[in-house]
Design a protein around this ligand. Sequence first.
Ligand SMILES: Nc1ncnc2c1ncn2[C@@H]1O[C@H](COP(=O)(O)OP(=O)(O)O)[C@@H](O)[C@H]1O
Ligand SMILES: O=C(O)[C@H](O)[C@@H](O)[C@H](O)[C@H](O)COP(=O)(O)O
Length: 187
Amino acid sequence: MAAPGALLVMGVSGSGKSTVGALLASELGWKFYDADDYHPKENRMKMEKGIPLNDQDRIPWLCNLHDILLRDVTSGQHVVLACSALKKTYRDILIRGKNGAPLKSGESRKEEKPAEVQFLVVHLSGSFEVISGRLHQRKDHFMPPALLQSQFDTLEPPSPPENFIQISVDKSLSEIVAVIMETLKMK
Ligand SMILES: Nc1ncnc2c1ncn2[C@@H]1O[C@H](COP(=O)(O)OP(=O)(O)O)[C@@H](O)[C@H]1O
Ligand SMILES: O=C(O)[C@H](O)[C@@H](O)[C@H](O)[C@H](O)COP(=O)(O)O
C-alpha cells in the first residue's frame, strides 16, 4: 500500500486527539483539522446539555469532513484529522464519504469505485479512570466529562483489516508522537 497521505487520530473524548494531532501536524508540516471545529451548532448544544450524539447527528458531520479532506488529498495536501470516529461505520464514512454509510432499506448504490481518503488510523486508547481524570482537569471545553461513559459505550476499537495502530494514552506525548512518526516511516 502507498504511504498514507492522511492520519486520523481517534479515540474517546479526552484521549488526547487534539493535542497529539496538532503536534504531529506541526512535526510533519501537514495541515491539521480538528473535527470538533466542524460540528454544527445543534451538535455542540446537544453535547453541552449532556446529551450524547447519535448516528443521525454524526453522519452529516463526518460526510462533510470526508469531502473537505478528499479535496485536500487529491490536490496533494497531506492532512492530520483529530476526530472521535468512535464506530467502524464512522471511519468508513471518513474514508469513502456517504458511500461508506450503511444503506437504508430500499436504497441501492451505483457500482462505481468511490474516491477514498487513505488514512493511517491512530487509536489513542486508555482506561476510563485515566481519561476521566484528564477531562476533569481540562478547562474551558464544551464537552461535559459526564458524557465519557457514553463515548466508551459507543467505541468500536479499530481491528484488521483497518490500517491502524493503537497507542496507550499512558505514554507521554513525545513518546506517542515518536511511535507514530516511526510507523509512518515504515509505510
Ligand atoms: N499523553 C498524554 N499525557 C498527559 N496528558 C495528556 C496526554 N494527552 C493529552 N493530555 C491532556 O489531556 C487533556 C485532553 O486532551 P485533548 O487533546 O483535549 O483530548 P481530546 O481531543 O481527545 O478530547 C488535555 O488537557 C491534554 O493536555
Ligand atoms: O462523536 C462525538 O460524540 C464527538 O465528536 C465527541 O466524541 C467529541 O469528543 C466531542 O466533540 C468533544 O470534543 P473532545 O473530543 O475534544 O472532548
